[in-house]
Design a protein around this ligand. Structure first.
Ligand SMILES: Cc1cc2nc3c(=O)[nH]c(=O)nc-3n(C[C@H](O)[C@H](O)[C@H](O)COP(=O)(O)OP(=O)(O)OC[C@H]3O[C@@H](n4cnc5c(N)ncnc54)[C@H](O)[C@@H]3O)c2cc1C
Length: 362
């Protein structure tokens, strides 16, 4: 049986960011990923937006790790060799009923210390009206785009180059705590590890149940995207005022380096972790898309892909923040868990890694 110091389950951005961050202090680590590729789940199925931290409750983990992660990705991008497209984003109120929530959001963003915010002048609003329905808007200059699959692969390469094994096609089947550490049974054998990190995304709740921790439940919410071959505004991200429950951030536009524009994600609760697309997606998303964007040609739209937000419920109630479970939460020495890492989890990953590492290195 292999004997290691830290086993990380999950080759998504959270597990990989932690392995990369830890590798500068300690290389006795292994990452276990059940799939043949890294980032095959949420980390490769999102909007690729580096969020600025506009939406989140002040001092929550979502707020603090989003702001810090937004900064760290710029540093990591340079070190790992990928670009961040500093496009910024417009937050638009499409009619007068959205002015109050738009201004509440701007106040919250300022309270959260988000940098590079400004309200649009009336001339800028007029210009924006050529492409979107806009009563008023503000600009967030620290919102940006990266290619999430590329970033995950770059992280994987860097970890590999630091002599840390990433075990692909290697599912963690069971884990038990024996008083000294963790006996982990995987597809390829048994491993003993002093520390065990659960970064299994939408499957993390199931992994913690293996350790007898049953007080958290999954609440999966699918988000699907539609792409267009129409030439559309693709210089800046455009987001609507979000729904008040923040189940999603509202159907927004994003774009790829080749200029392709995509709309999404919508929100659909799901009981199965399945990427089957809703056959009436186009019909259902047409209204929300057209309420923001002008001149959308339905004949040029097609369903694209979807991802699943790993929300959680505690005592039957939606838990709104990220959950980082350590000794004080579950009383198992050496066990660190990341649960409910939905949006802005990609942005926050480098900062979540810093928080997790503090517990593992102390
Ligand atoms: C539709 C959508 C849009 C989003 N947009 C954004 C955005 O624009 N910006 C942003 O910052 N965030 C965004 N997010 C959130 C972001 O994608 C996630 O927070 C982030 O990817 C979570 O990473 P993760 O590593 O926790 O999970 P995952 O990427 O799901 O990784 C978990 C990994 O664990 C592996 N695993 C699970 N169980 C086992 C096991 N038993 N053994 C071995 N391996 C296992 C899985 O195969 C998987 O690869 C979005 C999410 C969704 C769904």
């Amino acid at each position: 049986m292999y004997d290691i110091k830290t086993a990380i389950v999950g080759g998504g951005v959270v597990g990989l960011a932690l392995a990369y961050h830890l590798s500068f202090a300690d290389s006795d680590i292994a990452v276990f990923e059940q799939n043949p590729y890294l980032g095959d789940h949420a980390s490769g199925r999102n909007s690729g937006v580096l969020h600025a931290g506009l939406y989140y409750e002040t001092s929550s983990l979502k707020h603090t790790t989003c702001l810090r992660g937004n900064l760290l990705w710029r540093e990591w991008g340079k070190n790992l060799g990928f670009d961040i497209f500093e496009c910024g984003k417009y937050l638009v109120a499409t009619d007068s009923s959205e002015l109050k929530p738009l201004n509440t959001l701007l106040d919250n963003a300022r309270k959260n210390g988000v940098q590079a915010l400004r309200s649009l002048s009336s001339d800028e609003v007029c210009e924006l009206r050529q492409v979107v329905n806009c009563e008023q808007a503000f600009f967030s200059g620290s919102s940006a785009i990266l290619d999430p699959s590329f970033a995950v692969k770059a992280l994987g390469r860097a970890i590999y180059n630091r002599d840390i094994p990433i075990m692909l096609n290697d599912e963690v089947l069971s884990v038990t705590y024996n008083g000294k550490g963790f006996v982990i049974e995987t597809t390829h054998g048994k491993v003993f590890s002093k520390n065990f990190v659960n970064a299994a995304g939408g499957f993390a709740v199931g992994i913690r149940k293996m350790l007898g921790l049953c007080d958290v439940e999954n609440y999966w919410v699918k988000g699907s995207y539609i792409k267009t071959v129409q030439k559309m505004f693709n210089k800046v991200l455009v987001y609507p005022v979000p729904p008040s429950d923040l189940k999603g951030l509202g159907i927004h536009s994003s774009f790829e380096s080749d200029g392709t524009v995509r709309f999404g994600p919508n929100t659909e609760e799901c009981l199965e972790y399945s990427y089957t697309l809703n056959p009436s997606l186009l019909d259902e998303m047409m209204d929300p898309i057209c309420s923001v964007f002008k001149g959308v040609d339905r004949n040029k739209l097609s369903a694209d892909y979807c991802g699943i937000r790993s929300k959680i419920k505690v005592n039957g109630k939606l838990y709104k923040d990220f959950w980082i479970g350590t000794l004080a939460v579950h009383n198992i020495p050496g066990y660190v868990e990341f649960l409910g890492i939905e949006s802005p989890g990609f942005t926050a990953a480098p900062a979540l890694a810093e928080v997790g590492a503090k517990f593992l290195l102390s």
